[in-house]
Ligand binder design. Structure first.
Ligand code: P6P
Length: 338
């Protein structure tokens, strides 16, 4: 039994081991990651109950006031805020669910970190029981220590993130994160309420087997994007054909491609000139994770991580995943219009 226990590494233990590798670490980032892991456990418990809410509620088995019937993405947003804004580690959060950044409450100590997140991406998939996810990005504040943070603290390039990660509420619940020392995945064991190390040092193949895109937008794409997708299918350019896999839930599509190799594309199109996905709390954190795993993330012309944002909710086209597959996208989009 002892040997088995010795092999079980909780996310808390792993974060602490990682912290010990950095002499100047104060432990604040470690505690911030614990806070996010706790929020993930709470969100997970409600996501797992979502399908039963009406049944449980109508049976009067639990009080359906407040949380259970509250929209899950609003609940996830409230849970992340509660986990982050009262700890003294964070001075500001930016959420997909809030128009403006949310500072620490008056009288509450403001810390040195800023957290940007999508609390429950793909929440429209909940009703059909498709995997969904939470995505987060962590920066150090630029404004002077002490008071609450300001918008400028959010508008930093992805290259300056100190941590990034996601929680995937899938067939199992996983938390995957990086602090710049590789990408590590943890699977939730509900029997003990812990995230356990299951995927240390994730790396993604240079050439992937999958391509992920919403093919129904083909008529809206620039001709060069149309040509790129034909290449991924193995048509017209001698490229090894890929298998199409598109769940329509960003974290689920990204995670499959990260592990198995592949490229996820959300190009600009005639209706969405900057695509649909948000730079600060979707594209940038996934770009950091992907590059840490040996992949690459581009807006079609250059690294996602080099884009300096000007707005909290700005969008960006996204090509992310296996390095060579994303580089092909840049080559094809740089070429002359066919
Ligand atoms: P489309 C879900 O609504 C989401 O934000 C991402 O999770 C997903 O990758 C994308 O939108 C799907 O968008 O236009 O293909 O439905």
């Amino acid at each position: 039994m002892t040997s088995q226990l010795a092999r079980v590494i909780t996310i808390e233990r792993f974060i602490l081991d990682q912290e010990e590798l950095i002499p100047e670490a104060t432990g604040e980032l470690s505690n911030l990651l614990y806070d996010i892991a706790l929020a993930a456990k709470i969100i997970n418990s409600h996501v797992r109950m979502a399908g039963l809410a009406d049944i449980i509620g109508s049976a009067g088995l639990i009080n359906v006031q407040g949380e259970v019937v509250q929209k899950l993405d609003e609940f996830a947003n409230a849970t992340m805020k509660h986990a982050l804004l009262r700890t003294g580690r964070v001075c500001l959060i930016g959420s997909e669910e809030d128009v403006d950044p949310v500072p620490t409450p008056p009288g509450q100590a403001a810390g040195k970190y800023v957290v940007l997140y999508d609390p429950l991406d793909g929440s429209s998939n909940i009703d059909v029981n498709v995997s969904i996810g939470t995505i987060f990005s962590v920066h150090k504040r630029l404004s002077p220590d002490g008071g609450a943070g300001v918008l400028a603290d959010c508008l930093q390039s992805g290259r300056d993130q100190v941590a990034a990660g996601y929680v995937l509420y899938g067939s199992s619940t996983m938390m995957v994160y990086t602090t710049g020392q590789g990408v590590h995945g943890f699977t939730y064991d509900p029997s003990i309420g812990e995230f356990l190390l299951s995927h240390p040092n994730i790396t993604t193949p240079a050439l992937g087997k999958y391509y992920s895109v919403n093919e129904s937008y083909f008529p809206r794409w620039d001709a060069r994007v149309q040509s790129l997708m034909k290449c991924y299918k193995g048509l017209d350019c001698g490229y090894e054909p890929k298998t199409s896999r598109y769940i329509g839930s960003l974290v689920a599509d990204f995670h499959r491609n990260l592990i198995a190799g592949g490229v996820f594309c959300y190009p600009a199109d005639s209706k969405s000139p900057l695509g649909k996905l948000r730079l600060l709390y979707e594209c940038a954190p996934l770009a950091m994770l992907c590059e840490q795993a040996g992949g690459y993330a581009s807006d079609g012309h250059g690294p996602i991580l080099d884009i300096v944002p000007t707005e909290l909710h700005q969008r960006s086209p996204l090509f992310v995943g296996s390095r060579d597959d994303v580089r092909l996208a840049e080559e094809m989009l740089a070429g002359p219009r066919p």
